[in-house]
Design a protein around this ligand. Sequence first.
Ligand SMILES: [Zn+2]
Length: 54
Amino acid sequence: MPNYEYKCLDCGKESELNLSMSEHDRGKITCPACKSARMEQLISAISAKTSRKS
Ligand SMILES: [Zn+2]
């Protein structure tokens, strides 16, 4: 299951979340700290973890 890193736009907390593809596609992401739905995805961590030789 892929990890997604998000930053909350309301409280500023960064959270690493395990989401299924369907959860991610639906975009129903809420901040674990303040329950805000205004989450911005940080993509740098994903590319670092999933880098493969092509
Ligand atoms: Zn928050």
